[in-house]
Design a protein around this ligand. Structure first.
Ligand code: ADP
Ligand code: MG
Length: 262
């Protein structure tokens, strides 16, 4: 007999996939069909005094490994709220979020914190680096939080800086770096714990178009070469050129578009 949750999954992303999700419970051969993240009819409201702001209205979205998903939409359309929900920083009032098939609402606080630390890397519009630390020390932060040993930590932090093309800038303070370089450090820090999913909130918002393109090329390469899932929210139409899948948000509602290339 179907549980309520699995009945709800039938409404998302086409019958064939959802049959695979349903069968995933009994047939291990189909396990790879389970999306990395599945948001099912998530709604979220905020209250400003008496006034209700419906930030998300029954939003459903799937993120797969090896895909760069773009969620575009104007300011105030609910993009950050959705990203926070996908990353386990917030919960929907209604609906559910599944991470590798697990309902995030059913995880304990410590399990959710561990999931966030190990599985999700966040990239921010304003980079969120600590100015007085070097690029290397900024990338080390999540590794320290995971209590990784010093030698391993150093190797990993350098490896991540090299991956984003900043190996030679490791000893520079972040306030000595350009905006594009700071965002590369932000991406290196997001990669440090080798997460499956990278969530980027307007990562190009503070950069000029040329630098923004370099950042998108880097995120695209991370998806292709390292088989990560990257989800970028943006109001910059240029970013969509790098998408495998595009969603559009408007006033708390989401709609899937086809990618406008290939
Ligand atoms: P976007 O990232 O697309 O600009 P947000 O997700 O930040 O949109 O916000 C969606 C709506 O929810 C906006 O109307 C915003 O004012 C409101 N909102 C978001 N966070 C809060 C909050 N913590 N308290 C009150 N209202 C909020
Ligand atoms: Mg936002």
């Amino acid at each position: 007999m179907l549980t309520d949750c699995y009945k709800r999954l039938l409404y998302v992303g086409g019958v064939k996939r959802n049959r695979a999700v349903l069968m995933d419970q009994t047939n291990p051969a189909l396990r790879r069909e389970t999306p990395l993240v599945q948001v099912v009819e998530a709604s979220k409201s905020f209250f400003l005094g008496e006034q209700e702001v419906k930030a998300l209205k029954e939003v459903s979205i799937s993120l797969e490994s090896g895909q760069l998903v773009i969620i575009k939409g104007p300011s105030g359309s609910g993009k950050t709220t959705l990203l926070n929900i996908i990353g386990g920083l917030d919960h929907p009032d209604q609906g559910a979020v599944y991470y590798k098939g697990k309902n995030m609402k059913q995880l304990s606080d410590s399990a959710l914190t561990e999931l966030r630390r190990k599985e999700v890397g966040f990239v921010f519009q304003s980079f969120a680096l600590i100015d007085f630390l070097t690029a290397f020390e900024n990338v080390e932060i999540p590794l320290r939080m995971m209590k990784m040993k010093s030698k391993e930590r150093k190797e990993r932090a350098l490896q991540c800086l090299e991956l984003v093309g900043l190996g030679r800038r490791a000893a520079h303070r972040s306030n000595e770096l350009s905006g594009g370089e700071q965002q590369r450090v932000g991406i290196a820090r997001a990669l440090a714990n080798d997460p499956s999913l990278i969530l980027a909130d307007e990562p190009t918002g503070k950069l000029n178009q040329e630098t923004a393109r370099h950042i998108m090329e880097l995120l695209h390469r991370i998806v292709r070469e390292h088989h990560k899932s990257v989800c970028v929210v943006t109001h910059d139409p240029m970013v969509c050129e790098y998408a495998d899948v595009i969603y559009e948000m408007n006033d708390g509602e989401i709609r899937r578009e086809t990618a406008d290339h290939d």
